[in-house]
Design a binder for this molecule. Sequence first.
Ligand SMILES: O=c1ccn([C@H]2C[C@H](O)[C@@H](COP(=O)(O)OP(=O)(O)OP(=O)(O)O)O2)c(=O)[nH]1
Length: 171
Amino acid sequence: MQKIAKFEKVSKKQFVQDWLDTFTTATQAEAIQIYDQLQLPKRATIGSAGYDFFAPQSFILKPGESIKIPTGIRVQIAAGWVLKCYPRSGLGFKYRLQFNNTVGIIDSDYYDSDNEGHIFCKLLNDSREEKQLSLTQGEGFMQGIFVEYGITVDDEVDQLRNGGFGSTSKQ
Ligand SMILES: O=c1ccn([C@H]2C[C@H](O)[C@@H](COP(=O)(O)OP(=O)(O)OP(=O)(O)O)O2)c(=O)[nH]1
């Protein structure tokens, strides 16, 4: 198996800033407490492809509701690889849990961006059976899979990334 990546927590400063931007009623003390309890993503078994990301905080999602989650995690990825994030299958089966952006693509050069490569996720409870999703802090909610990719033979891109969603189209 090729070892091509390493998960880390973003800095406490970055996490607190992003947490308070996202949850405007949260306090700094709450954000610090959440940061201190963050766990790095893990695979459940030797044969699992997906690294489970664990909920930084408990939350409830009613059908039709969505939530943006600053995971507190960044990842160093070798060139030529990408991390693709999906909802955990069990939550998909039970609640049709979706990402607003369908799949989270985490590029290797996101790590060096101005938000430290902080991975965010936007979840939607798309249940058609009026099922409310209740997730406890520390429970897995998304899985990330490292995938190798290629580029075209005439690819000459030389632009550098600095930022999250939509950053390369802003320039
Ligand atoms: O669910 C996601 C998807 C993306 N990202 C981060 C990592 C990724 O490297 C960066 C840019 O994402 P993407 O390339 O998918 O978005 P874009 O809107 O096309 O932005 P860009 O113009 O920066 O490529 O945002 C997340 O944290 N969570």
